[in-house]
Design a protein around this ligand. Sequence first.
Ligand code: PXP
Length: 236
Amino acid sequence: MLLGVNIDHVATLRNARGGSEPSVIEAARIAEENGATSITTHLREDRRHIKDNDVYTLIKTLKTRLNLEMAMADDIQKIALEIKPYSICLVPEKRQEITTEGGLDVAGQLDKVTEFIKPLLDNGIIVSLFIDPDENQVKASAKTGAQFIEMHTGTYSESFGTEKEEQEFLNLKNAAKLAQDLGLKVNAGHGLNYQNVKRMHEIPDLVELNIGHSIISRAVFTGLGEAVKTMHDLIS
Ligand code: PXP
């Protein structure tokens, strides 16, 4: 299984002061040096974290692959067609949400999704659809021409350690099997952390996991000691 690292939170921290620190480019470089096989960024319509300039720079500096998360928005599609990331992941987007809530409703807007991704596919960009582990959504996704689905692992992650975990895990396992039987490749992500990620090994042939929040959260603590010590040494 491959690891895609989502670096949106680094941009959120940077934007808190409006400057250039911490650098998302440097974050991507460190992630790549430590095993990330792709870097994911979500260019949201409200540009609340990743900005246009970030993706224009990342596409030139990445050693691995850029996976661009995006909603069905014409201006973002235009940018994707210009920079041609290795892959895009189509997600639903609501302005007020804190993070992506729920999967894309492919079944309910099959023609719209199929039409939207066509120019991206025609330009050689791999397309992944971020969907809930739901039979109807998987079947609809297989009709769009997309090569991948990314299974939304949020509900499984929230259920981890509760009596609902087995059912949620089974939903993921069954959806992955159905997708693979229909010729789709399967990624997964959202809410995965250092505990619940281990069960992803029980799902055969998952290609890549996209993980952001837990990695950046852990990085704060694994890096905080050094950061304080270096500043302390400089001023004492
Ligand atoms: N995959 C998709 C499609 C997402 O929208 C997100 C969150 O931006 C992730 C994966 C990563 O989720 P998390 O930050 O919870 O690891």
